[in-house]
Design a protein around this ligand. Structure first.
Ligand SMILES: [Mg+2]
Ligand SMILES: [Zn+2]
Length: 184
């Protein structure tokens, strides 16, 4: 079995402008590609786990999401930091678009996407880590059996109250520097 580093997307990988569905609004957070590449070299699969309710809300389509994902992967590939798996939830319980309106088991804070990734990629969840910018990201990971939880980004002061066991860092770059020292 493999270990994985799981990531939320908006606010961790790219700047969260709210409903990022177009390449023009996709801006990589500084230091992210380098940090991801370090984790890959340490033997982690890199797996994206992202709620994309903008699809359910009709703000952008699944095809738009796929275009942003391709752009992101091409960009990360330059640093040997590609995702090994990308999982997204397009649903929302009150979606205006009927085909996406449901109480699914994938939308974080539920754990469905983690369980699916673990099955698909033969991942040991107890040996894995999760990095998110909201408590709901980490609650979803914890529900799947991941114990090593990291909060990064702009919301840590409020979010850390909701997930006490998370360790907090300004960004992914800082988190990976800490992590590499700790694992030495
Ligand atoms: Mg986020
Ligand atoms: Zn879903």
């Amino acid at each position: 079995m493999r270990k994985a580093a799981f990531f939320d997307r908006d606010g961790v990988i790219n700047i969260d402008y709210g409903f990022v569905g177009k390449i023009e609004n996709y801006d990589l957070v500084a230091g992210v590609a380098n940090a991801m590449s370090k984790l890959k070299k340490q033997g982690y699969l890199l797996v994206l786990i992202t709620n994309q309710s903008g699809i359910a809300r009709g703000k952008y389509t699944e095809a738009d999401f796929a275009r942003v994902s391709s752009f992101m992967q091409a960009n990360l590939a330059l640093h040997d930091a590609c995702f090994d798996g990308i999982y997204f939830c397009p649903h929302h319980p009150q979606a205006p678009l009927e085909q996406y309106r449901c109480e699914c088991s994938c939308r974080k804070p539920k754990s469905g996407m983690f369980l699916k990734a673990a099955e698909d990629l033969n991942i040991s969840l107890v040996d894995s880590i999760m990095i998110g910018d909201h408590a709901t990201d980490l609650i979803a990971a914890k529900g799947a059996g991941i114990r090593d939880l990291y909060l990064v980004g702009e919301h840590i002061e409020t979010e850390k109250e909701l997930i006490k066991e998370a360790r907090c860092f300004k960004n992914l770059d800082q988190m990976v520097i800490f992590y590499q020292n700790e694992k030495k």
